[in-house]
Design a binder for this molecule. Structure first.
Ligand SMILES: Cc1cc2nc3c(=O)[nH]c(=O)nc-3n(C[C@H](O)[C@H](O)[C@H](O)COP(=O)(O)O)c2cc1C
Length: 215
């Protein structure tokens, strides 16, 4: 497996010209992991400088306290995908969200959804968005799993597929239990936020310097 000590491979290199005129639109998603207990805090920190919409898998809902999702953040589940469509011609939620977002972040990403992304499966709202995603737009994932799952052949194999898609990995961290160090816990909230923010601000700076050169 490649070293997971730092953020892996930059996301897709599309500049974000429209975002210069407004706040970036970040679609934040959570899977059914222990790390999802922090999902409300993740939404809060991004909502300070971005427009945020949130998605959770059915298993993710088990770990998320909805009361922690900030008021301005629309929160979508599989139920919304089905209930928002009734006849041909109606908008389809996963397509609408894919179009709306400038940046996608899954924090936490489960072993299950990691495998689904690698295999191209799309059996819920989140994986339908991912299956329809425009991979010229930046996409970050912050896995959260038991060390036994993280240190596993499947994980290594599936991460290679994400790397090929240009998805940026925010690696899990090592935690200590009774002197035993294990890697698999989701990166800290500050690491996750700064990975996305630094990328966004760098793209903005590049965009403005390109614009100056064009003048
Ligand atoms: C208490 C509990 C904690 C779990 N923690 C994790 C976790 O941290 N990471 C993970 O990949 N799966 C974890 N799981 C298993 C996932 O919830 C399970 O694989 C689920 O199908 C993931 O669905 P999703 O990928 O659609 O969110 C946990 C399950 C339970 C019951």
């Amino acid at each position: 497996m490649a070293s997971h000590s730092g953020i892996q491979k930059g996301p897709a290199s599309q500049s974000l010209p429209v975002a210069a005129l407004r706040k970036p639109r970040i679609l934040v998603a959570a899977c059914g992991c222990l790390g999802a207990a922090k999902f409300g805090q993740i939404c809060c920190s991004f909502a300070e400088w971005a427009e945020v919409k949130a998605v959770a898998t059915r298993a993710g809902l088990f770990f998320i306290d909805r009361a922690t999702i900030p008021n301005g953040v629309q929160f979508y589940t599989d139920q919304d995908e089905m209930s928002s469509w009734s006849r041909l011609g109606d908008p389809i939620l996963h397509v609408e969200l894919r179009q709306w977002a400038d940046i996608m972040l899954i924090a936490p990403l489960s072993a299950n959804t990691l495998a689904k992304i690698a295999g191209g499966l799309c059996d819920n709202l989140l994986t339908c968005i991912i299956r329809a995603w425009d991979y010229t737009k930046p996409f970050f994932v912050a896995p959260s799993m038991h060390a036994f799952q993280w240190r596993n052949h499947f994980t290594e194999h599936h991460l290679m597929s994400l790397d090929e898609l240009g998805i940026a990995l925010i690696p899990p961290i090592s935690t200590s239990h009774m002197g035993d160090h294990q890697t698999g816990a989701m990166a800290s909230l500050s690491t996750i936020e700064s990975a996305v923010k630094v990328y966004y601000e760098t793209r903005m700076l590049l965009g403005s310097s390109n614009a100056k050169q064009e003048v």
